[in-house]
Design a protein around this ligand. Structure first.
Ligand code: ADE
Length: 230
């Protein structure tokens, strides 16, 4: 799967891309991430990527021309135009079904904004899918783009060591519920013991216990998910 990140701050991604799981996926050519600096598509001598809003008001707005020309140029470099995603609090909320849908694309272009927002003509011309990672305002789309990359690569075959390990993730599959409690060694810590059933070796009983624990947890913490399943 290929990601093209369009941003004013490509350096924000460097240490994230060096992180072990992603680094291994890139080395094995399962994932490819290319960073593009939108500022490289400015033509004026100050390389300005933002300007004051017409009509007045606080803050600065991302200019239409560098963004549109950056997206067009990056798209034009490959035979496959890719699916354009704009990261913005105005977008559809990212959830696991959205992640699954995005992971179905061979190539995603992730457009990160800064400042108070995008010139509306960027939307009109490029018609991106707009994605928000939650109802709060970040300083820019970069953290949101990382969230999209991080969640989608888990679904790229071969990226996770154990092929099955994303299947039990909270929210995965049609059930949309939280994951059961997990334990590892030591068996006892400060008087807290691992439930006996997990040490029993009885796989049917373990599966039943996990099923029940996942259901209870979801009921207690996210009853809204259960309502969505009905
Ligand atoms: N840019 C600023 N805030 C954002 C959010 N909540 N989601 C995605 N992109 C953003």
């Amino acid at each position: 799967m290929r990601f093209d990140v369009l941003t004013l701050f490509p350096e924000i991604f460097q240490s994230y891309l060096g992180q072990s799981l992603l680094k291994r996926a890139i080395e094995r050519e399962l994932v490819d991430v290319a960073l593009h600096n939108i500022r490289d598509w400015t033509k004026d001598k100050h390389h300005s990527v933002d300007d004051r809003p017409f009509g007045g008001g606080p803050g600065m707005v991302m200019k239409v021309d560098p963004v549109v020309e950056c997206v067009e140029a990056v798209r034009g470099r490959s035979a496959h135009p890719g699916h354009l995603v704009m990261l913005t609090p105005q977008g559809q909320r990212l959830d696991q079904p959205a992640v699954e849908r995005l992971a179905g694309h061979r190539r995603l272009l992730l457009l990160c904004g800064r400042y108070e927002g995008f010139d509306e003509r960027i939307r009109q011309i490029l018609q991106p899918e707009e994605i928000s990672i939650g109802d709060y305002v970040l300083n820019g789309g970069e953290v949101a783009a990382m969230a999209v990359i991080d969640a989608t690569i888990r679904l790229v075959p071969g990226v996770l060591g154990d092929e099955d390990s994303s299947q039990f993730d909270s929210f995965s599959g049609g059930l949309r519920r939280l994951e059961f409690a997990q334990y590892t060694r030591p068996r006892e810590y400060r008087g807290l013991e691992v439930p006996d059933v997990l040490l029993s070796g009885n796989h049917d009983e373990i599966a039943r216990w996990r099923e029940k624990d996942a259901r209870q947890r979801t009921q207690q913490r996210r009853p809204d998910l259960l309502a969505e399943n009905e």
